[in-house]
Design a protein around this ligand. Structure first.
Ligand code: ADP
Length: 594
């Protein structure tokens, strides 16, 4: 309680005032007592001298109790005790006591002094009255100088003591009042001084709790006011800096949150301190429950853990590409040891290389495929040309057959080059679509009709059955015919004699797209290949032996996607395949197909 500033200021004040007033009380009471004693002594001396003068004739001839009577007379006058003593110390007259009972008074100090030097005084405790008494004595001397005795006058000091004690009490009361007043003033002053300090403390607490807009108003011109202004200034600076930091942190968090690369920071004991969503996604963990766990628990892959351990423990950056066996994902991992403020942490960056790897594979496959595709017709051409040169020219019918073969090979090459060019133009967006509301029948019927002969040649039944009530679709009819032709052509190729190919379409009222299906009863596609058949040059091993470039489905996919649709396939090996693609319904066109 007394540790606060109010009491720290007030208590010394009060102690100081009490000490000063105490000293003053002592000094004043002593001074008052001394002055009163001096006055009393002077008065008693005058009285004693008067008694001495009147006692001269009786002392010259002492007789009976005359001196007792004189003592009593003066005692009544002076209101003091009067004693007349012979030069040998015998008491000759006494106002208050029985003289016969009194001892010799020669040894009394005031009597000694009076006999020696003309007057004497002494203060002693009197058993008779239980008070200190003042005794004053003067010698009784004749005109001739003969010493006849000593007159002593005495008064108790109770009155003086009483006066002094009253004075002391008054001063004490005044001291107490003054001390109380001083304490109140001191408390008020201390309170005034402490209030701004308290406000500052409160402000600092609010700021520490996060209220950075808290300020101190009504700052005076004194030192505390200066302090308050400096504090406000500091608060402004602090708020600005904190805001800058918050903005900076927000930016960094947004970058970390949205960056494609995974970022993980581990602490000196290998616990994950930070993990961004990309890293959590790559490692298939939840970002919330990963923080605080060990890196090994989060990574769960021995190559990643080894690399991280090497990078962190050896203090050297490590880079490696790791294939996560879980999803066939390729990750490039960069481990960078960081040391800040003497604490060793580790930064791990994970880059998803899966897409790049896949693109690389596609590119490699593309080159290998195109070389392969070119080599077969070229080899065949070469063989034809060599045969012609060596012998066949002499046999015109054989020469014509070889020339026909050569012509077919050149056609196949030309088709492949054309398809490649087409694909590259579609892929690069150089084929503009002329969209118009079109009946589904207009895009399905023409290619089916065109391929009918080829189907019949292969003893296949090719039918197109469109339900009634299909809406118009918003398409470039030529391009969609190309897609249908491609799918039907494939169906013919991959369906053994006697099979059936059926082209239909489906639409649910209210749906934004019509789905066209090309179903065959052919060889089917293995489940593992279904995903890949839409890639450029992809051909199943079975198909390799036959014709075809492996580009048809890639072109079909690009064309469908350019219309905003999707293309996919379902198949059961040995049972047949169904290819589906969707076309967008033309808005507000009503029903135009039948
Ligand atoms: P291709 O010129 O070889 O037909 P595509 O891109 O049209 O090239 O087809 C790619 C591969 O998809 C084919 O080689 C084949 O393996 C498979 N495929 C396509 N359509 C069918 C189908 N209807 N039945 C079985 N396999 C098919």
């Amino acid at each position: 309680m007394f540790s606060n500033i109010r009491w720290r200021i007030a208590i010394p004040y009060v102690i100081l005032i009490l000490a000063a007033m105490g000293g003053l009380t002592l000094y004043l009471s002593r001074l008052a007592r001394d002055t009163q004693l001096a006055d009393l002594e002077a008065n008693l001396l005058i009285g004693a001298r008067a008694v001495a003068e009147s006692a001269v004739p009786l002392l010259a001839n002492p007789e009976g109790d005359a001196l007792d009577a004189l003592a009593r007379e003066w005692s009544a006058l002076l209101e003091a005790r009067v004693t007349i003593i012979a030069p040998d110390g015998t008491v000759l007259g006494e106002s208050h006591e029985d003289r016969s009972q009194m001892d010799n008074h020669l040894t009394r100090p005031e009597v000694q002094q009076a006999l020696a030097g003309g007057q004497g005084s002494s203060i002693r405790y009197s058993e008779t009255v239980n008070y200190d008494m003042m005794y004053v004595a003067v010698p009784v001397t004749t005109a001739g100088g003969e010493r006849l005795g000593v007159v002593r006058v005495a008064l108790p000091l109770d009155q003086i003591e009483e006066n002094v004690s009253r004075l002391r009490q008054t001063i004490f009361t005044a001291t107490l009042l003054t001390a109380m007043l001083a304490a109140m003033i001191a408390i008020a002053i201390a309170e005034r001084t402490a209030r701004p300090v308290r406000r500052l403390t409160e402000l600092a607490r609010r700021m520490a709790a996060g209220d950075l807009d808290a300020r101190l108003y009504r700052a005076g011109r004194d030192e505390v006011g200066e302090l308050a202004r400096a504090f406000n200034h500091m608060a402004d600076q602090l708020r600005d800096q904190v805001q800058d930091l918050v903005t900076e942190r927000g930016r960094l968090a947004a970058v970390l949150e949205n960056m494609a690369d995974g970022v993980i920071i581990t602490d000196d004991v290998g616990r994950v301190r930070l993990i961004n969503p990309a890293a959590a996604r790559l490692l298939s963990v939840g970002p919330a429950d990963s923080a605080g766990r060990s890196f090994a628990e989060v990574a769960r892959h021995h190559h990643l853990i080894e690399l991280w351990q090497q990078g962190c423990s050896q203090g050297q950056e490590r880079v490696a590409t790791v294939e996560l066996d879980r999803q066939g994902t390729f990750i490039q991992m960069i481990v960078t040891p960081l040391t800040s403020a003497g604490v060793q942490t580790c930064l791990v960056i994970l880059q998803d290389l899966t897409r790049i790897r896949r693109l690389e594979t596609v590119r490699r496959d593309f080159i290998s495929n195109i070389s392969h595709e070119l080599r077969t017709p070229l080899a065949s051409l070469k063989a034809v040309v060599e045969t012609l040169r060596d012998s066949a020219l002499d046999d015109p019918p054989a020469a014509r057959r070889f020339l026909d073969r050569a012509d077919q090979e050149v056609d196949a090459l030309t088709q492949m080059v054309q398809e490649l060019l087409e694909l590259s133009r579609i892929e690069s967006g150089k084929v503009p679509l002329r969209l118009s509301p079109t009946a589904v029948a207009s895009v399905v019927a023409p290619p089916v009709e065109r391929l009918q002969t080829q189907a019949e040649r292969n003893s296949l039944r090719l039918v197109a059955e469109l339900p009634a009530g299909l809406p118009l679709v918003l398409v470039d009819a030529d391009r969609v015919q190309q897609v249908v032709a491609n799918l039907v052509h494939n169906a013919i190729k991959f369906t053994p004699d006697g099979g059936e190919i059926r082209v239909t379409a489906e639409w649910q009222p209210g749906q934004p797209e019509v789905v066209v299906q090309v179903r065959d009863t052919g060889v089917g596609i293995p489940a593992g290949e279904l995903e890949r058949i839409f890639e450029r040059f992809y051909k199943s091993d079975r198909a390799r032996s036959g014709g075809g470039t492996g580009l048809g489905l890639a072109i079909a996919r690009h064309l469908v996607q350019a219309h905003g649709g999707r293309i996919w396939a379902k198949s059961r090996e040995g049972k047949g395949s169904t290819f589906y693609f969707s076309l967008p319904v033309a808005d507000g066109t009503g029903q135009g197909d039948s």
